[in-house]
Ligand binder design. Structure first.
Ligand SMILES: Cc1cc2nc3c(=O)[nH]c(=O)nc-3n(C[C@H](O)[C@H](O)[C@H](O)COP(=O)(O)OP(=O)(O)OC[C@H]3O[C@@H](n4cnc5c(N)ncnc54)[C@H](O)[C@@H]3O)c2cc1C
Length: 557
């Protein structure tokens, strides 16, 4: 073996968010020589970056946290049912410190390229600090919402005030009292930030192109006694999350939509509207997701709730979506969002009627008029799911680029491997069980599965593992087929790859990004593959268990 075959690391994990933290924990436990490379200045991923006011969970905090350590579960107190960004970031830091994981992490290390060196069966990674690092296995824990997409308006650089995307919200406090603030975008993030800042700014102008369905989060504090009860029930809670399609505690109402009377349906909806979190979405009738008529009836119910909350009927109608039904995309949850429009200092600008023409030195110009502004907040979302992959020059065997292969949309095996890209694993990749569910539940599943695959490889002394094309095609067809029964396929949403700020991501061309079969079915699928000796993956290499040779793979740095 030439020196070139000796890699710097056995495993490099890219990304230090929820997925990267758990992945390095498991590798450290195994004593594997591994490191985490993180582009940002510290760990936390989503919760490190998104510091905008109002950023918080829509997963119940206690179902979001890691489940792997009883000690951790016993120690941590979630202060709110849906906790906010500062607490979420504190939690992830607490986990990293408790398990002494920081020593494996390297920050300000953006991976710019990852090329597979066929001859030596290694990945060669080019890092933003100029280094080249090699590893046998690369684990992409790069997130699915980690590349923000600012809008493409003319004149953005000419604006003399402050302007930032919510993902890049400054780390130091932003003085907003008395200021004229604009929020562009009314998706999940816009809805959170608008509701939080409306009573703290001088004037708030909301630029809305398309309204989104949204319903009350119904957040509240968690007392010591409640936390003690949750701790006692953690086993039960996580077992329930594993049983439900969404990986939450919420279970669908299994009565048929048409089997119960209209009065009973409305009684359920009245209860759900006042219930915490995604209950309104996930404890509902299953037909909401698949049946146009059922969806339309429920959407009209929610529209009425909006009408009751917004005083000006013209504004209320503008806040009610017309181009999609409730729940066909991940539902933004709100806290007093609709009441914001009853305030004197808030105005709604419908940019579907009067589009933004450009930014000027002093603010925003629509086709109708100029708006003078001090601060512009772009809540314009993400290059979701495949964006973080597209930003790395990933080249597999035979010089194939991943971004070319996925140009029209991703194709994967189980959302975790890609044919032609040996030894590259994605614990929560496109078409995996993570994005359409409670993320960390999907992430733990994916990280466990990838780690078991690595153990299988190491125990047998293999040096190369790769999905077959046939297995990948079968999986992608399975994922694609599941979209056909879902109303979601029509939505202008990141679940279908739509993003008006990204060329090639216009409406009308679906990208099959997420696994819609629900968490239990996903887990059953991936477990079956493992039980059949990882059917669909081809292994090669020395076929000698590595521990016998005492190689460097298990030496942690
Ligand atoms: C505002 C907001 C609220 C959310 N709320 C919820 C919620 O309540 N429930 C839920 O289930 N999900 C929620 N999500 C989804 C959230 O992204 C996941 O819950 C989870 O944090 C994903 O963890 P991750 O480790 O996979 O990815 P991330 O947290 O995105 O971490 C990925 C990391 O990889 C790094 N990275 C990317 N590319 C590179 C590169 N080339 N080189 C080096 N490093 C790189 C990034 O800097 C980042 O730190 C929310 C997302 C957002 C944006």
């Amino acid at each position: 073996m030439s020196d070139r075959t000796k890699s710097d690391y056995e495993v490099i994990v890219i990304g230090a968010g929820v997925a990267g933290i758990y992945q390095i924990k498991l590798l450290a436990d195994l004593g594997v020589n591994a490191t985490v490379l993180e582009a940002a200045g510290d760990l936390g991923g989503t919760w490190y970056a998104n510091r905008y006011p109002g950023a918080r969970f829509d997963s119940e905090s206690y179902t979001y946290g890691f489940s792997f350590s009883k000690e951790l579960l016993d120690e941590w107190h979630w202060s709110e049912r849906f906790s906010g960004q500062p607490e979420n970031l504190r939690y992830l830091n607490y986990v990293a410190d408790k398990f002494d994981l920081r020593k494996y992490m390297q920050f300000n290390c953006k991976v710019e390229a990852a090329h597979f060196d066929e001859a030596n069966e290694l990945w060669r990674l080019k890092i933003s600090d100029g280094r080249e690092l090699t590893c046998r296995f690369v684990i992409m824990a790069i997130g699915l919402l980690s590349i923000p997409t600012p809008p493409q308006y003319k004149g953005i650089e000419s604006f003399k005030g402050r302007a930032f995307h919510t993902f890049n919200w400054p780390h130091e406090p932003v003085e907003m009292a008395g200021k004229k603030v604009a929020v562009v975008g009314t998706g999940a993030t816009g809805i959170q930030v608008i509701a939080e800042i409306a009573d703290k700014v001088g004037e708030l102008t909301v630029f809305q192109r398309r309204p989104n369905w949204s319903a009350p989060l119904n957040n509240g504090p968690i007392s010591e006694a409640e936390m003690a009860d949750l701790r006692a029930r953690y086993g039960e809670i996580f077992a329930k999350c594993a049983r439900t399609p969404g990986g939450f505690e919420h279970e669908p109402d299994r009565r048929g939509f048409y089997e119960v009377s209209r009065e009973e349906r409305v009684a359920l909806w009245d209860r759900l509207y006042d219930s915490p979190g995604f209950a309104i979405w996930l404890r509902n009738f299953r037909e909401i997701f698949t049946d146009e008529k059922a969806n339309a009836e429920f959407s009209e119910y929610v529209a009425d709730r909006i009408r009751r909350r917004v005083k000006d009927p013209v504004i209320a109608e503008k806040l009610i979506p017309r181009d999609h039904g409730f729940g066909v995309q991940r539902v933004p949850m709100e806290t007093h969002y609709f009441e914001v429009y009853n305030r004197d200092n808030v105005r709604l600008v419908d940019i579907s009627e009067t589009p933004i023409e450009r930014l000027t030195e002093t603010g925003i110009r629509t086709t109708d008029r100029d708006y003078d502004l001090d601060i512009i907040v772009f809540a314009t979302g993400f290059d979701a799911i495949t964006g973080p992959f597209d930003r790395i020059d990933i080249e597999g065997a035979a010089g194939v680029k991943l971004r070319d292969k996925w140009f029209d949309g991703p194709s994967t095996f189980l959302g975790m491997l890609v044919e032609g890209f040996p030894n590259l694993l994605m614990p929560s990749g496109p078409q995996s069980g993570s994005a359409s569910t409670n993320y960390p539940r999907g992430i733990e599943t994916g990280v466990n599965w990838c780690t078991n695959l690595l153990k299988y490889i190491w125990e047998r002394g293999y040096t190369r593992a790769e999905a077959t094309l046939a297995a990948q095609q079968r999986w992608t067809e399975h994922v694609t087929k599941m979209y056909s029964s879902m109303l979601m396929r029509k939505a202008k949403s990141w679940f279908t790859g739509y993003n008006s700020n990204l060329p090639g991501h216009e409406h009308g061309k679906i990208r099959y990004f997420v696994y819609n079969g629900g968490a239990p079915k996903y887990v059953s699928n991936i477990n079956q593959v493992a039980e059949k000796g990882y059917e669909g993956i081809v292994f090669s290499g020395s076929a000698m268990p590595i521990r016998r040779h005492g190689t460097e793979r298990f030496k942690a740095r």
